[in-house]
Design a protein around this ligand. Structure first.
Ligand SMILES: Cc1ncc(C[n+]2csc(CCOP(=O)(O)OP(=O)(O)O)c2C)c(N)n1
Length: 456
């Protein structure tokens, strides 16, 4: 089986290097530990060692080539089991890697081969494009179906995703169209199927793992944090783990403390993960498609209360959005309200009421929680000089706290008032309806915070 040799990351900050010299040629037999090439970075020249034994079958990047991005396939080695030739798994790996070299994200700490984040703008919507009304549930299903049609290495698994078509009916129609090999009902074993997913992704497939809710993903946390998130880093860019973990997150209605938690801040604190939490149907579709194509693990946080809501979606073939880009939902000049997921609806509601009282609020939907688009937030702060973060989650160590820290660090001179956090109460969510209401954020609290930072 052909083994791809990739440009290694020879230091934590290395993003590209020069392939200075090949010390082997096509046809050479190599053993583990043999020096294959010399790689130069701006800091040093280092030796690139063979990990496997076999015969160098192809040299794909000539010596003397500059600016070879970490992760680029530079040669191929036929291992001991050469007679098996290239398996379909390897084919899928090449498909995944055959993308253009990543633009390193200026926002991510450069501690490993850079996660591929597009800093591109949203796709332009040509004039005259029809808008269709679609629920978030349908948008998510369409995103999966389109990606499954386009790439047969994409498959979905989880509890009740096939026969029952999803506990929240997000996988409707997928079993009929793609069959039981690609739409797989699992037992109630989050640890088991998240592990199978992570392994499949490392082997070149592109699993979508649905958690019935992210509350149950706690059973699978080891595979998400210790396996999926670390693969790219611990292999020095030699292996990736293109998996999507998706499902509802946050409070629903009257489902109690164990089923009502926002894990956004938990996952967003983990290097190696990409964390997306869309609000409307267009973002759900465009970002899920991007997540499925992403070569690194994505935690995709949906919201049960949004599944049935309808939004406008531009009728564009292959609607894919950039990961890592916040969206200005409403322009304003007096105060910025930053939110994500279900909080965006509350922030927009608050902005409408504030407008009636002469306060012009700008509303930003973060969309991606890691990496955070701090640029969009800071630009808005520089314009309004006042900022509120609204988050349906606990206050302690929240995304709101992170945004506050960023505003202090990088936007201090633009602040005319302390940043305000509007979050749930710092308690496990009560079950009683009156207490549940008292513990969750609402637009009234956002309005009060916006007035406070405007000294009104
Ligand atoms: C770790 C975990 N995963 C998923 C769920 C969601 N869940 C609640 S009940 C249920 C089905 C249980 O089926 P079974 O064990 O056959 O018991 P039954 O309700 O049929 O008696 C599922 C998947 C959960 N509560 N906990």
């Amino acid at each position: 089986m052909a083994i791809e040799l990739k440009m290694p990351a020879l230091s934590p900050t290395m993003e590209e290097g020069t392939l200075a010299k090949w010390l082997v040629k096509e046809g050479d037999e190599v053993s583990s530990g043999d020096i294959l090439a010399e790689i130069e970075t701006d800091k040093a020249t280092m030796e690139f060692e063979a990990v496997d034994e076999g015969v160098i079958s192809k040299i794909l990047v000539a010596e003397g080539t500059d600016e070879v991005a970490v992760g680029t396939v530079i040669a191929e080695l036929i291992g001991d089991d050469a007679e098996e030739s290239t398996s379909s798994v390897t084919d899928s790996v090449s498909k995944v890697e055959a993308q253009p070299a990543p633009e390193p994200s200026p926002k991510e700490p450069q501690t490993a081969p850079a996660i591929e984040i597009s800093r591109a703008e949203d796709p332009a919507i040509p004039e005259g494009t029809a808008m269709i009304s679609i629920t978030v549930r349908e948008a998510l299903r369409d995103a999966m179906a389109e990606e499954m049609r386009a790439d047969d290495s994409v498959f979905v698994m989880g509890e009740e995703v096939a026969e029952y078509q999803g506990a929240y009916k997000v996988t409707q129609g997928l079993l009929d169209e793609f069959g039981s090999k690609r739409v797989i009902d699992t037992p109630i074993t989050e640890h088991g199927f998240a592990g199978i997913g992570a392994g499949a992704a490392m082997g070149g497939l592109k699993p979508i793992v649905e958690f019935m809710t992210f509350n149950f993903a706690m059973q699978a946390i080891d595979h998400i944090i210790n396996s999926a998130a670390k693969t790219n880093y611990m292999s020095g860019g030699q292996m990736r783990c293109p998996i999507v973990f998706r499902g509802p997150n946050g409070a629903a209605a009257r489902v109690g403390a164990q089923h009502s938690q926002n894990y956004g801040p938990w996952y967003a604190s983990v290097p190696g993960l990409i964390v997306i939490a869309p609000y409307d149907a267009a973002d759900a579709k465009g970002l899920l498609k991007a997540a499925i194509r992403c070569p690194d693990p994505v935690v995709f946080l949906e919201n049960e209360l949004l599944y049935g809501r309808s939004f406008e979606l531009p009728e564009i073939d292959d609607y894919v959005l950039p990961i890592g880009k916040a969206r200005i939902m409403r322009e304003g000049s007096d105060v910025t309200i930053v939110s994500y997921s279900i909080g965006v609806g509350l922030a927009l509601e608050a902005a409408d009421t504030l407008a009636g009282e002469g306060i012009d609020a700008e509303v930003i939907d973060l969309r991606t929680l890691r990496p955070l688009d701090t640029e969009t937030v800071l630009k808005s702060l520089a314009k309004t000089n006042r900022l509120v973060v609204a988050e349906e989650g606990w206050p302690t160590c929240s995304i709101a706290s992170e945004i506050m820290a960023i505003c202090m660090d990088e936007g201090f001179d633009d602040l005319d008032a302390p940043v305000a956090r509007v979050t749930n109460e710092d308690v496990p969510l009560p079950y009683a309806a009156n207490l549940e209401k008292a513990a969750l954020i609402d637009s009234d609290r956002i309005i009060a915070a916006a007035k406070r930072v405007c000294y009104r």
